[in-house]
Design a protein around this ligand. Structure first.
Ligand code: ZN
Length: 149
């Protein structure tokens, strides 16, 4: 192979490697009125990893108005809300080792922020996903759809 061509191939491979890893950050805000600022989140097709940053812009503490961000398949959503409440405050209302939980942040109070990262391999292109706050009673208002692709 001519030297120049090898150089070109190497450059191409480098560019490919750079493209191969892409963390996509989604910003979500929550407040004292028991609301997220988004109803829909989109993960682009070329993301390899997703980072969700959750901010609580309110003032109330985590025991009174705690928020988190939990991702699950829409088909598992209703059942998971019950299990999540049963997990309790200390567990951040997220059941441990539950396969229905695709990703979850910690539970935070006003003025705090938290984040979670997960690989795109957790999602299927075109799948139906719901994100919600698992604090007791919050999911009725605090939920939305996540789409990928
Ligand atoms: Zn909440």
């Amino acid at each position: 192979m001519p030297r120049q061509l090898i150089g070109a191939v190497a450059l191409f491979m480098l560019a490919n490697a750079a493209m191969a890893a892409k963390t996509c950050t989604l910003n979500v805000e929550s407040n004292d009125a028991m609301q997220y600022n988004v109803k829909e989140l989109k993960v682009a097709a070329d993301c390899t990893e997703v980072e969700v940053v959750l901010k609580h812009t309110g003032k109330m503490d985590a025991r009174t108005m705690g928020h988190n961000w939990v991702l699950t398949k829409t088909a598992d959503f209703q059942n998971l809300t019950n299990t999540a409440v049963a997990a309790g405050f200390e567990a951040g209302y997220v059941p441990k080792n539950d396969k229905r939980v695709l990703a979850a942040t910690s539970l935070i109070g006003g003025g705090k922020s938290t984040s979670v990262k997960f690989p795109i391999s957790k999602l299927t292109r075109g799948g139906d996903y719901t994100f919600f706050c698992s604090f007791p009673g919050h999911y009725a208002l605090m939920k939305g759809k996540l789409t990928f692709g």
